[in-house]
Design a protein. Structure first.
Length: 251
């Protein structure tokens, strides 16, 4: 399992550290990560060299600054630009979520895409219902090194299985992303694909269902908007767990 390390680097007398912790807590919660990270006091002799070189407060995701700057450019009291374009002393929630999103959103999109490919493949496979067409299919398959196989009886169960996998992906942790609306759209798309392919024998309906299913998957993986009115304590109902003795990261 790939580990994601989250670190907060600070000066003990920096007034921006408490609100930076709050923003980190909110970002981890919104991104669906465990509420754990490691903290380094820059004045601590046990702090690693890379932490002592950073400004306060600095948040690192896998040793990379969430603002995309190098340690040499950050060795001072930190200044960040918030979503409104104004300067502030703490990293905004959206910046932290974006840094975490390299794993969450991209991973979700890749999984959704991988689950879509079998559905699209089976939905686009022709049904071998025309005996006059069998010689053509036989010639194509023979040229590819396969004997002729009438796969038509398998299309419906295979398509149903692959659609079920996609719907499970859309339902998994939906409340942490875009809610259950993409799942509803995916279920509608699945019904359109089944009806268009196996009942109406309509290519237009099948293609429309595939387009809807792709839209649902993209919608599901799209980064979630950040609410500026969210209270960290109310949103999680839990305390953060900054463990200065914790070795390692979060998964």
């Amino acid at each position: 399992m790939i580990m994601t390390t989250v670190e907060l680097i600070y000066d003990r007398d920096c007034p921006n550290v408490p609100p930076a912790r709050e923003n980190l807590l909110r970002a981890l919660n919104l991104a669906g990560y465990p509420l754990r990270w490691r903290e380094w006091d820059r004045a601590d002799a046990n702090a690693p060299a890379y932490a002592r070189a950073c400004g306060s407060p600095t948040i690192l995701i896998n040793k990379k600054d969430v603002a995309g700057v190098s340690a040499a450019d950050a060795a001072s009291c930190r200044i960040y630009i918030n979503d409104q374009g104004t300067k502030q002393g703490i990293p905004p929630v959206s910046l932290i979520v974006s840094a975490l999103g390299d794993k969450t959103n991209t991973g979700i999109f890749r999984k959704n895409t991988a689950s879509l490919l079998p559905v699209v493949g089976t939905a686009l496979m022709p049904k071998l219902v025309c005996p006059a067409c069998w010689p053509a299919y036989t010639a194509v398959l023979s040229a590819m090194g396969f004997g002729f196989i009438n796969y038509s009886p398998l299309l419906l169960p295979l398509t149903a299985i692959f659609l079920a996998v996609v719907l499970i992906m859309l339902a998994w942790r939906a409340n942490k992303r875009r809610g259950y609306a993409p799942l509803v759209l995916g279920a509608l798309a699945s019904a359109v694909i089944i009806a268009g392919k196996f009942q109406l024998d309509s290519d237009a309906a099948t293609y429309a269902g595939i387009a809807l299913l792709i839209s649902a998957s993209v919608w599901n993986a799209w980064p979630r908007q950040i609410s500026s009115t969210l209270c960290p304590a109310c949103a999680t109902g839990r305390e953060s767990v900054p463990d200065e003795k914790l070795q390692g990261g979060i998964s």
